[in-house]
Design a protein around this ligand. Structure first.
Ligand code: SF4
Ligand code: SF4
Length: 339
């Protein structure tokens, strides 16, 4: 039997017609970064859930792999001089479980930068975290929350028993705080990712379904639905491999390569900072430890060995075959479909 390790650790399946890099070279604009407009800060792997599709391998026992306050403050320092920075996206794990979360929100919102909390919803209902929802509302933090379906069985199957009920209660709480109002400054977007190894359906049509069903069944409002393709790395790749569906999924992604989506991938304007301060081209590359070609090359860049985030502009982006996940069909990124 073929070893699964290269696939799971580096996204290198063997049965593709063409490696991702060759396909981009043939059909799309070279993958090179423009100015850094968005910073994704991964506060660590601690999470109150253990979802099957999680590419972070997060969970309640991951208490060590979390950003310390010194690294968080170094991120703040570097971000102060980042010329084109518009958005800071706080993710994890459950980012709210890291004590640095509060200071990062206050710092960036204080500078008028849009802050996104990539929230799993259930954390808002967890004892000890009752402060989170009012804090987000007070600081006008945008919430991007996972809800892979509006049907209870599908959500609980992917994210764990009881997750759907807690998520609905959390969404109601956010609505009561003003989230989901189309005229409010703070936004509540939901994330859909397929439960099986398929591409997401049309984002706009699915958003209409979500809005209708969540309103009629639970009285819930939200702003936008973001459809995100599952990237075949780590826990999700392992899950597919166990079902012997990994190669089939990779082939599906490759067959649906879209050059327009490749031109719009998020890594062209985003940097991802890991809990330990290492810098990557995106969250997915971070998870498989595929280093960014930064100003310190060939030394791996971190927040400690660079002087400026702007020095990443115009550099090539590190890619591997998992990148087919971002460029298939309508494309996919942390902000949903790309085209
Ligand atoms: S809530 Fe998010 S970070 Fe936590 S286990 Fe699920 S997918 Fe991973
Ligand atoms: S996986 Fe990361 S590096 Fe690859 S295309 Fe997607 S965002 Fe870019």
């Amino acid at each position: 039997m073929k070893s699964l390790l290269p696939v799971i650790n580096a996204g290198l399946p063997t049965d593709l017609v063409q490696p991702f890099a060759a396909r981009v070279a043939r059909d799309a604009t070279p993958l090179r970064r423009r100015a850094v407009e968005q910073l994704q800060v991964n506060l660590g792997k601690l999470c109150n859930q253990t979802c099957t599709h999680c590419h972070v391998d997060a969970g309640p026992t991951k208490t060590r792999e979390n950003m310390d306050p010194w690294t968080a403050m170094r991120v703040v320092e570097l971000a102060r001089d980042c010329r084109d920075l518009q958005v800071v996206d706080l993710t994890g794990g459950a980012p709210e479980m890291n004590p640095a979360f509060v200071d990062l929100v206050k710092e960036f919102r204080g500078r008028g930068i849009r802050v996104i909390d990539r929230c799993n919803l259930t954390i808002l209902r967890k004892p000890g975290f009752e402060w989170v929802a009012p804090f987000l509302a007070e600081h006008q933090v945008d919430v991007v929350a996972s809800l892979p379906c509006y049907l209870e069985d599908n959500v609980d199957g992917q994210r764990g028993d009881g997750v759907f009920r807690h998520s609905i209660n959390a969404l109601r709480q956010l609505n009561e705080l003003g989230y989901g109002d189309p005229n409010a400054a703070k936004k509540l977007d939901l994330v859909f990712n397929p439960t099986g190894p398929s591409l997401p359906p049309d984002q706009h049509r699915l958003e209409e379904d979500y809005k209708r069903e969540l309103q009629s069944r639970y009285g819930i409002r939200f702003n936008r639905l973001l459809t995100i393709t599952n990237i075949p790395i780590k826990r999700y790749a392992m899950y597919l491999a166990k079902q012997q569906r990994l190669e089939q999924y990779m082939q599906l992604l490759e067959q649906n390569f879209n050059a327009d989506a490749a031109d719009a991938v998020m890594c062209r304007s985003l940097l991802s900072i890991a809990w330990d301060g290492a810098i990557y081209d995106c969250d997915f590359n971070q998870m498989i430890e595929l280093p960014s070609v930064g100003p310190t090359a060939p030394v791996r860049p971190t927040v400690w060995n660079i002087d400026s985030l702007d020095s990443f502009a115009t550099r090539d982006i590190a890619t591997a075959d998992h990148c087919y996940g971002c460029t298939a069909g309508a494309g996919s990124g942390c902000g949903g479909a790309l085209i």
